[in-house]
Design a protein around this ligand. Structure first.
Ligand code: ZN
Length: 136
């Protein structure tokens, strides 16, 4: 009897999917930030926006608004007025990625932002889905 049971158990385990998702989960780049006086400088801002495949000005505008502070670009660096920690910036990057980069259907970052009238859409080049981006 116990032999039958363990066979059933074995089969149940075998039926479980080995991995969940595609294994190509988008990862937020590590934020390299330093504080200089009352300013916070993100050293690898250019790399981050390249990784997101988004205009650095768009990303900067988003962060500046969420952080409620003035920000400017200085080459590949971004300078924020005020003292922020890397964790805060990373959390906001996650929000940005969810909203403007990652396809909600297939979870891949191969997307483009399209504008139609007042509305923004996320067009996925991997699965072809078109999803609306909620206005902020
Ligand atoms: Zn997709």
């Amino acid at each position: 009897m116990s032999g039958e049971y363990s066979k059933l158990l074995e089969r149940a385990y075998a039926d479980l999917p080995k991995t969940v998702g595609t294994g190509e989960r988008f990862e937020i780049p590590k934020v390299v930030g330093i504080r200089m006086g009352r300013r916070t400088i993100i050293q690898n801002f250019g790399d981050i926006s390249t990784r997101f495949n988004r205009d650095p000005h768009h990303l900067l505008k988003f962060l500046s608004r969420e952080m409620a502070t003035a920000a400017s670009l200085d080459g590949a660096r971004a300078i924020f007025q005020g003292r922020f920690d890397v964790g805060t910036v990373t959390r906001l990057l996650q929000i940005y990625a969810q909203r403007f980069v990652i396809c909600p259907i297939c979870n891949r970052p191969d997307t483009k932002v399209e504008k139609e009238g007042r509305y923004l859409f996320l067009r996925c080049e991997a699965c072809g889905a078109k999803s609306s981006i909620l206005p902020s």
